[in-house]
Design a protein around this ligand. Structure first.
Ligand code: BT5
Length: 320
């Protein structure tokens, strides 16, 4: 009901009578008043004037599912939202839910206002200050081999860059494999985890962390937020809608067998290819020129010996 009332109030900028709202939504005036009180408790500024009715003045900076789903024009991504004020990590919540409920719809998202143990790759952390960024995990169920899962990281990275460009014209670039950089500083990260057997994927959880309204002094070294970059407070709900829309657009291309188109877009958005890079593998280091990525999203590194090595996972440092 909260969502229906908010939708109604957003339709017009002037006062709307309680009678009109309660008649249209088929609830009593008393129930309407109670819901308005609840919405105010959630941070909505709604004024009530006798004989005139109610007017929505502002909404809080919160990622309420009904806000995200209003005007969200995706087919399935974000149609099912689990929203939390705080969790240790949205990855763990999503993964556990995926295991416990095999019929969970593809495109479900797990979203939190903060994380107490936000995860990066290889046991690293993800700084997740409350109400400042976007922290979500998206559940997908693609019919692909586990070895192709990196393509999902790739298409998510492309989707995030397209969304950021859409919203602020900020030129986000991709650093292989999972970093989104703005002016060479990290603005977002992607963490892809799979639940699979040898050659069957049950589901994939794609974790997305984006620095949105973080203040400079609270960011880790080498990081940037969209607010710092654009000098403007960003509407996180609108940004998330764009992110979901752009990821779905690319995922649908991928499902239609058009991975090549995504890889081409990735090439146009990346900042790694053509550079000398150092690759930190768990077994040691490699150095060479990042020449391309292959059809599965692996990095092709031309070593000084002239031999090309395929890198499927690892951290890279851009040398120049
Ligand atoms: C990543 O790992 O970049 C993947 C980050 C994924 C975070 C999302 S948030 C929603 C979901 N739930 C989770 O628990 N995680 C996912 P990696 O490439 O390993 O980078 C981690 C490194 O980035 C850290 O060691 C820090 O150096 C740096 N870092 C940590 N927090 C950051 C932030 N907010 N912005 C930029 N860099 C950060």
């Amino acid at each position: 009901m909260k969502s229906a009332i908010i939708k109604f109030l957003k339709k017009r900028e002037e006062y709307i009578s309680g009678e009109e709202i309660s008649d249209s939504l088929n609830i009593s005036r008393q129930a309407l008043w109670k819901n308005i009180q609840n919405l105010r408790d959630l941070g909505y500024d709604i004024v009530a004037v006798p004989h005139l009715g109610y007017k929505l003045v502002s909404r809080p900076d919160r990622m309420f599912p009904w806000e995200i789903q209003q005007d969200l024009d995706t087919k399935f991504i974000g149609r099912n939202i689990y929203y939390y004020d705080t969790v240790p990590s949205t990855m763990d919540v999503a993964f556990e839910a995926g295991v416990n409920d095999l019929s969970m719809p593809e495109g479900s998202i797990f979203l939190s206002e903060t994380q107490t143990k936000g995860k990066g790759r290889l046991g690293r952390g993800w700084s997740s200050p409350k109400y400042k960024g976007l922290y979500l995990s998206l559940v997908l169920k693609p019919k692909i081999l586990p070895s192709q899962a990196s393509l999902l990281t790739l298409l998510t990275a492309v989707g995030i860059c397209e969304a950021v460009k859409e919203i602020k014209g900020a030129g986000a670039k991709i650093k292989w494999p999972n970093d989104i950089l703005i002016n060479d500083k990290k603005a977002a990260g992607i963490l892809t985890e799979i639940n699979a057997e040898t050659d069957i994927i049950h589901f994939v959880v794609i974790g997305i962390g984006i620095n949105v309204n973080n203040d400079k002094k609270a960011l880790p070294a080498g990081a940037v937020s969209l607010k710092e970059e654009t000098a403007e407070h960003i509407d996180r709900v609108y940004l998330l809608q764009e992110v979901l829309r752009c990821i779905e657009k690319n995922y649908l291309l991928f499902k239609q067998g058009q991975a090549k188109e995504i890889i081409d877009k990735w090439r146009g958005l990346n900042t790694t290819l053509g550079r000398r890079v150092k690759v930190n593998l768990q077994t040691g280091h490699l150095e060479g020129e990042a020449v391309d990525i292959d059809a599965d999203g692996a990095l092709l590194l031309r070593k000084d010996s002239g031999l090309t090595q395929r890198i499927t996972a690892g951290d890279i440092v851009h040398c120049r």
